[in-house]
Ligand binder design. Structure first.
Ligand code: AMP
Length: 273
């Protein structure tokens, strides 16, 4: 595996590769969720590039950029074990220029839910991904459904900017107790981890209600909110795959999402039904 930190070196190395390239963009502190994306990419492509970059432009001024978990050595080991070809760990000063055109994520989809609480977040995500896509020119790029709104917004830019790559959404990986894996879970103590289970349990309840024939969004959201008590809930939402709110669940085209605070840690989770 090559560990590369400069764009110039990466471009030179990529020139020597013949075949399909899978890109897995991450912010590091790699866990089993990331590993599932990496394994899928390794299986589906001739070469896999994993990027580890804590992207400053997708954090709001009051967010956890400085204390975001970092584990460079661990990340190298994980990538090595997964048979990654290139681990790309660029420096922010190489990625960004003083004066550069900005991308604005479309308001309809990017100003709601995550975008309402984190205004500008998706602009930063698209800004860095546009760069990664141009540097790596991947055949496919792998994203977790855990960040469902991100998947929809990235698919949108690829389609509307006619970008020559395929976006591959990957299933959410959970702990045995249901907690969705997240780098931010390290902020939780044991008691908070138990409280955090309320998110996945509320979604399980939603799934069971739907299986029993309840399709009314308000009724489902009400039951979810009961389970989420007493957490501070940011949103419970039921949307279609284009992120339009729906009053009735339509099977194969619905996403049920929740965002809530456990202590100071903001967690998100969702199910696709
Ligand atoms: P992050 O490092 O948090 O930016 O995540 C990098 C990628 O891993 C994103 O596409 C996430 O959606 C994905 N990811 C994070 N956690 C999980 C998980 N529990 N299951 C599947 N994918 C995940």
């Amino acid at each position: 595996m090559q560990v590369i930190t400069t764009i110039c070196e990466l471009k030179e190395h990529l020139k020597t590769l013949q075949g399909s390239i899978g890109l897995v963009p991450t912010m590091g502190a790699l866990h089993k969720g990331h590993i599932s994306l990496i394994e899928k990419s390794v299986k589906e492509n001739d070469f896999t590039v994993v990027s580890v970059f804590v992207n400053p432009t997708q954090f709001l001024p009051n967010e956890d950029l400085d204390k975001y978990p970092r584990n460079e050595e661990g990340d190298k080991k994980v990538c090595e074990l997964c048979k990654v070809d290139v681990l790309f760990m660029p420096l922010a000063k190489e990625m960004y220029f003083e004066d550069e055109p900005l991308i604005k994520a479309p308001a309809k989809i990017a100003s709601i839910l995550e975008g309402a609480t984190r205004p500008g977040h998706f602009d930063g995500v698209l800004r860095v991904l546009n760069k990664f896509f141009n540097i790596v020119r991947p055949t496919r790029a792998y994203f977790g459904k855990k960040d469902a709104q991100q998947v929809a917004i990235v698919k949108n830019i690829v389609k509307t900017f006619f970008m020559p790559l395929e976006i591959v959404p990957c299933d959410i990986i959970r702990e045995a107790d249901g907690l969705a894996l997240s780098s931010r879970n390290v902020y939780l103590d044991e008691e908070q981890k138990l409280s955090a289970l309320k998110l996945s349990r509320s979604l399980l309840k939603a799934g069971n209600l739907i299986k029993s024939g309840e399709m009314d969004s308000n009724a489902i959201k009400l039951e979810m909110k009961k389970i989420l008590e007493p957490l501070k809930v940011d949103y419970v939402a039921i949307v279609d795959r284009e992120f339009r709110e729906v009053s009735k669940v339509e099977l194969e085209n619905t996403i049920i999402l929740v965002a809530a605070y456990v202590g100071n840690t903001r967690l998100i989770d969702n199910i696709w039904v």
